[in-house]
Design a protein around this ligand. Structure first.
Ligand code: PRP
Ligand code: URA
Length: 210
């Protein structure tokens, strides 16, 4: 495995992903699980957030103590399914700025079509978390990372809940400079580009469409 790829091993993450996979898991529970998993993954992904020392007066004395350096994070969900992951991560870092990249897969070619992109100011100065629950062929992720880079993004992490080996390979080869995080790496893709065993269509299951 490429050293830029991290697969989570925490039992809580594994357990909740297994619950997500279950076809009987309904929209409300599915959405809540995606949020919880994203929060747990975010805790680890944000381990290297930059810190600074500030002076604080405790009831006992004045001291210096570490806090997270402000205004340095951008969360970028890939629309639409990535939106399901934003709440969980924002619960950890409520003041993070949020950008959006609109991307959907052409069902015939499996290639991504971009329809929207709006990123926070000063993107070149920020740690950027691009989030999407599914990394399948890697086309959408590759295009989103290219997009963010074109706008000046440098310190990029891509966070997915379930990935296929094909997607991890494509993304890590196209962008060896980014960190990739996956809850699980599954067996592979079917002929329609769906992850096996996977969880089906993440966007439809989060939003209750179809
Ligand atoms: C899904 C998923 C990813 C993409 C992954 O989105 O959320 O964005 O497919 O597939 P890839 O790795 O082969 O590109 P989809 O296109 O279904 O759009 P949606 O989020 O609007 O449902
Ligand atoms: N997008 C999804 O939502 N699920 C897959 O299995 C592949 C792409």
């Amino acid at each position: 495995m490429n050293e830029n790829v991290t697969v989570f091993s925490h039992p809580l993450i594994k357990h909740k992903i297994s619950q997500l996979r279950d076809e009987t898991c309904k929209t409300k529970e599915f959405r809540a699980l995606v949020e919880e998993i994203s929060m747990l993954m975010g805790y680890e992904v944000l381990r290297d957030l930059e810190m600074e020392e500030i002076e604080i007066k405790t009831p006992m004395e004045t001291t210096t103590a570490p806090i997270i350096k402000g205004k340095k994070l951008a969360l970028v969900p890939i629309l639409r399914a990535g939106l399901g992951m934003t709440g969980g991560i924002l619960s950890l870092v409520p003041s993070a700025k949020v950008g959006h990249v609109g991307m959907y897969r052409d069902e015939e070619t499996l290639e991504p079509k971009e329809y929207y992109c709006k990123l926070p100011e000063g993107i070149d100065q920020r740690m950027i978390l691009i989030v999407d629950p599914m990394l399948a062929t890697g086309g959408s992720a590759d295009a989103a990372v290219q997009f963010v880079k074109k706008k000046g993004g440098k310190q990029i992490k891509f966070v997915s809940i379930i990935a296929a080996p094909e997607g991890v390979k494509r993304l890590s080869e196209a962008h060896p400079d980014i960190q990739i995080y996956c809850g699980e790496i599954d067996r592979g893709l079917n002929e329609n580009g769906y992850i096996l065993p996977g969880l089906g269509d993440a966007g439809d299951r989060i939003f209750g469409t179809k």
